[in-house]
Design a protein around this ligand. Structure first.
Ligand code: ATP
Ligand SMILES: Nc1nc2c(ncn2[C@@H]2O[C@H](COP(=O)(O)O)[C@@H](O)[C@H]2O)c(=O)[nH]1
Length: 294
């Protein structure tokens, strides 16, 4: 039997010095992005051209996190939308991920990512649904979020257009798997929530996004995405709100009374919002909301 070859000698001290040097080099790259000496796209291009460079060893989350104005939450959201796992290094991205990241960085450099998230909330029967429907029809450039709900469809409502109508089990699954940006039980009856992936994808693509949700949901979005603009829709008068609720005729007198009590509490929260729009005329209110998405 021939003797086994001797295992290669590991020079631990040299390996440790190399690791420290590589870490310092990566920190210098991050610093150069933070101080705007180099753009993140230039750094990424170097990473792809030179696989042994410090740029290639930089994690994508570090690359994006070095861009002024991008915090960890937004970085995680962008990476999710680009389909890049949290641990990925820039040099280790596949062709499709490189293309997605390059396009995103290029768009950002060109100032194309002026995406905005606007949340429209307000008391029952103020006209949130009516104003949103008007925006869906007249402003196709606005990405209107389609919520998931456990309530049954009303006549004329289409699954995937007005809501995703889901079972209680499916809604539980969406919560458990972190698929909802926010969710709430509305009017003490059914659950409603905003699916997160379409919002991330639309914002990453630089679109203007509108959510029409209740006050509890608006507060959760403010926590999760402080950059969102919160818009409160107001009735011209309290009497008109009552008229709209009763005129709609979709709730029993007991339910109407309960909603009006909640409406008083919701109206008292209007100062938490960044903007207020009075819904006297649907087309005018819709235009004002759309202008706030720019
Ligand atoms: N500007 C307006 N002028 C007159 N009526 C309006 C106006 N906007 C909405 N309405 C009417 O008010 C009623 C309530 O509107 P809508 O259902 O859109 O309210 P909502 O805020 O979505 O209510 P909820 O939160 O209870 O679902 C409807 O009958 C609608 O046609
Ligand atoms: N928190 C959330 N609230 C939502 C969402 N989608 C809709 N809503 C609100 O529910 C009520 C009732 O709506 P209806 O269509 O059943 O009349 C209304 O106030 C909506 O604003 C959501 O995703 N999250």
């Amino acid at each position: 039997m021939s003797p086994r070859p001797a295992p290669p000698q590991v020079d631990r001290a040299a390996a440790s010095r190399a690791a420290v040097a590589a870490r310092r080099a990566r920190a210098a790259v991050k610093q150069s992005i933070a101080t705007r000496n180099r753009s993140a796209r230039e750094v990424a291009e170097t990473a792809w051209a030179e696989p042994d460079s410090p740029e290639a060893g930089l994690r994508v989350r570090e690359l994006l996190g070095s861009i002024p104005g991008l915090g960890p939450t937004r970085v995680a959201r962008i990476m999710g939308a680009l389909g890049i796992a949290d641990s990925k290094r820039t040099g280790g991205l596949g062709v499709r991920q490189r293309t997605a990241l390059r396009d995103w960085l290029t768009a950002r450099e060109g100032g194309e990512t002026t995406s905005t998230l606007v949340v429209l909330a307000g008391p029952t029967a103020v006209g949130k649904g009516t104003v949103s429907a008007y925006i869906r029809e007249h402003y196709p450039e606005i990405h209107l979020s389609v919520s998931a709900t456990t309530r049954a469809p009303r006549p004329g409502e289409i699954d995937g257009v007005h809501y995703f109508f889901v079972s209680d089990d499916e809604f539980d699954r969406m919560i458990a798997e972190g698929e909802l940006l926010e969710w709430a039980t509305v009017h003490n009856s059914y659950r409603y929530g905003t699916p997160r992936p379409p919002i991330d994808a639309a914002l990453t693509a630089g679109k203007r996004v509108l959510l029409e949700i209740d006050l509890q949901g608006a507060r959760q979005v403010r926590e999760a995405m402080p950059e969102a603009k919160l818009v409160f829709l107001l009735p011209p008068t309290w009497e008109e709100l009552v008229r709209r609720l009763i005129g709609r005729g979709t709730e029993s007198p007991e339910e109407q009374a309960r909603r009006l009590e909640t409406a008083k509490v919701e109206l008292a929260a209007q100062d938490e919002f960044d903007h207020r729009v009075v819904n006297t005329d649907v087309a005018v209110a819709a235009r004002e909301v759309v202008e706030l998405t720019s």
